[in-house]
Design a protein around this ligand. Structure first.
Ligand code: SF4
Length: 454
């Protein structure tokens, strides 16, 4: 389904629009305050952009350094060309450890490759431990609608009712957020202590040392990363950073841009395995799944700089009205509109580059200065165009290439303006273009007329 068709449906849901409008307005205001506290915010953005550009320019070398460092620290590195390979690796590790259930830290990369469904097909249940992910998982047919707040489309009353029908059956949870969260905490605690295999994503991986980093707010991540016997981390290859010092920049940019915090409540960093401390076995799965194709595109490759903070979603006027489901991708909002078509091929997601007003708010908000509007225009040029549009453009080009014909067309447009005051739109089949836009009126006097008059 195209973005435009899906958006038409979600725009009818006034509760969803209220929930998302309220949440994004709140997060936007908090983020602005958190960013304003730092006098060197723009310098930090420059540094983030430069580190990412340098990393992408040397990606094969950084990944090989990372592999060597993780292996040296006792970890096992796997390379996965696509989602099917990655899912097979994780299922094989779970089976080898006798697990019919794994606990998960919130991870967009695992959502991208449909890992939960693939593990389920292998008889392994993947339990989400992030509160919002759990809410989505417990709701039949529901999907994430925001990078950072996957259940942003649900309000407190809806979540309370959901829990009372699932993990807290028979209980009256009341309206306090703490009581509702407690129901989830009790449900998850037993799993943290008993399930032998955990699966996580990664925010960063340091090529120098082999350290992997996950930042989160709830502590569920820390539990998953430290308590189970086996830890599997699935990471998109673009998440690598060359040096430990690079974290200094990103650990300032990410929390302020995402949750508007000075630092994340939980920043977990681990390097391989260590006797008597944390998991006994650590696997790092490096996922390509279309990323090397993105890297080959000189304009589009900026999308790989993304640190998944979601600031661009929260400022986007389109996202605020349609919500994330309309994008039909695990990466919604402006970053989804440029990343998803590149990962799957523009033809498969041809409507997404048009899911934007090109206002530029996403560019201004992005902590690593990804020029999303330019990538959108670049992708629009690659998307298949409707035949009528191509025919109109060809006719316009032919007219503009012939000065006499162009002058006649201008006179005709002027005559049409005088004769056709009744409506401001174009006739069919071009009326779709003017359904939501005013047709610019031709000027009273053309440049040629003005020139002749002098
Ligand atoms: S594109 Fe920029 S603002 Fe959007 S999620 Fe990625 S890093 Fe954040």
């Amino acid at each position: 389904m195209s973005f435009q068709t899906a958006a038409r449906e979600t725009l009818q849901d006034s509760q969803l629009r209220r929930n998302i409008g309220k949440a994004t307005t709140l997060i936007r205001a908090k983020r602005e305050r958190a960013v304003a506290e730092l006098p060197d915010w723009e310098a930090l953005r420059d540094a983030g952009e430069a580190i990412k550009a340098r990393t992408m320019a040397t990606l094969p070398e950084q990944l090989e350094r990372l592999e060597a460092a993780v292996t040296h620290a006792g970890g096992i590195v796997h390379w996965a060309r696509d989602g099917a390979e990655a899912n097979a690796i994780v299922a094989q590790i779970a089976r080898a450890n006798g697990a019919d259930e794994v606990i998960k830290v919130k991870s967009l990369a695992t959502d991208e490759i449909g890992m939960n469904e693939a593990l389920e097909a292998s008889g392994i249940h993947a339990l989400e431990t992030d509160l919002a992910e759990l809410i989505v998982q417990l709701t039949p047919g529901d999907k994430q609608s925001h990078i950072l707040v996957p259940a942003i489309h649900r309000n407190r009353a809806e979540i309370r009712t959901l829990f009372e029908h699932t993990i807290a059956k028979g209980q009256q949870l009341g309206n306090e957020a703490s009581a509702i969260a407690e129901a989830a905490r009790v449900h998850l605690r037993a799993k943290f202590l008993s399930v032998p295999v955990a699966v996580s994503g990664a925010n960063f991986a340091i090529a120098d040392t082999g350290a992997i980093g996950v930042v989160e707010s709830e502590g569920n991540g820390r539990m998953c990363l430290t308590l189970p016997r086996v830890l599997v981390t699935l990471m998109g290859i673009e998440k690598v950073l060359p040096a430990w010092q690079d974290l200094e920049v990103f650990l300032q940019l990410l929390p302020r841009s995402s949750t508007a915090e000075r630092m994340n409540p939980y920043t977990s960093l681990w390097t391989g395995v260590r006797e008597g401390d944390g998991p006994r076995e650590f696997h790092l799965v490096l996922l390509d799944n279309g990323r090397t194709d993105v890297l080959a595109d000189e304009v589009g490759r900026q999308a790989l700089h993304c640190i998944r903070c979601s600031a661009c979603l929260n400022v986007c006027p389109v996202y605020e009205r349609t919500g994330g489901h309309a994008y039909g991708s695990v990466y919604p909002g402006p970053i989804g509109a440029v990343l998803s078509p590149q990962l799957t091929g523009v033809a498969d997601n041809a409507s997404l580059p048009y899911a934007s007003s090109l206002c530029g708010a996403c560019f201004d908000a992005c902590p690593v200065k990804i020029d999303i509007p330019s990538i959108l225009v670049h992708l629009r040029n690659q998307a298949p165009h409707p035949r009528t549009e191509a025919a109109v453009m060809r006719a316009a080009a032919a007219t503009m290439a012939r000065p006499k014909l162009y002058a006649r067309a201008q006179r005709a447009a002027k005559a049409a303006r005088i004769a056709g005051r009744r409506g401001r739109g174009l006739p069919p089949p071009l009326n779709g273009w003017t359904a939501s836009r005013d047709l610019p009126e031709p000027p009273q006097q053309t440049f040629r007329d003005w020139w002749r008059g002098r």
